[in-house]
Write a protein that binds this ligand. Structure first.
Ligand SMILES: *Cc1c(COP(=O)(O)O)cnc(C)c1O
Length: 222
């Protein structure tokens, strides 16, 4: 590695996304790279912004509220995604802080988000998170609960654009990505938020519209 900088890491990830997209006969521009900056401070984030990255992801509302106002003031066209679990009592803050919310996974959260959107006038795009491996500890709605949750989301008029999942650790992710892609197609949803540092190319070949990459851009988290 001649120079392992934020700019070279970003260029390499973008290049890998583009190659995976072309392999699948897709346009690289169909894939949004969400740079997951959780645990990293503003000084670690600024070099990526300087290199042209505009879309970032955080997994905690409180951490995002502390870090992003200054960064947004410096660079007004940033887009901020919430990629982690959301408690209903933080729905208002999440709607005010984020442009996209990836983890809508239960009816009580749908209700809280609908109320927060009505009160604030902001309408962040939403993904429904699916517990694609039906793992006991994991966030996301069960696969067989998806039709009911989708009905609740549509009844509440949430701006839902797709499905999101984190496949089981340590297993080949492709079958899970393919299942989520099928569920999204069957639901008439265009968005597919799949793929992280270790598997984003596979995700892109299987239809990801959003890949959420942290470690490969920022290095390991403490
Ligand atoms: C942390 C996180 C990521 C990024 O993971 P990396 O392996 O560091 O790329 C993606 N999605 C979610 C939901 C996360 O919490």
């Amino acid at each position: 590695m001649p120079s392992d900088t934020a700019a070279t890491r970003l260029a390499s990830i973008r290049d890998r996304i583009a190659r995976a997209a072309r392999l699948a006969d897709r346009e690289p521009s169909e894939v949004t790279l969400v740079a997951v900056s959780k645990t990293h401070d503003a000084d670690a984030i600024r070099p990526l912004i300087a290199a042209g990255q505009r879309v970032f992801g955080e997994n905690r509302v409180q951490e995002a509220m502390a870090k992003w106002p200054d960064l947004r003031a410096e660079t007004p066209d940033l887009v901020l995604h919430l990629v982690g679990q959301l408690q209903s009592n933080k729905a208002r803050e999440a709607v005010e802080t984020f442009d996209v919310i990836h983890a809508v996974d239960r009816p009580s959260l749908v209700t809280a988000l609908a109320r927060a959107m009505a009160e604030s006038g902001r309408r962040p795009d939403c993904f429904i998170q699916v517990n694609i491996g039906d793992e006991p500890q994991k966030g996301g709605c069960a696969v067989n609960a998806l039709p009911d949750l989708l009905a609740a989301v549509r009844a509440a008029d949430l701006p839902v654009i797709g499905l999101m999942a984190v496949p089981p650790a340590g297993l080949e992710p492709a079958p899970y990505f393919a299942l989520l892609a099928k569920l999204a197609r069957d639901s008439g949803l265009p968005g597919l938020s799949i793929g992280m540092s270790d598997d984003f190319e596979t995700a892109v070949t299987l239809g990801a519209t959003h890949v959420r990459v942290g470690t490969a851009l920022f290095g390991a988290r403490a």
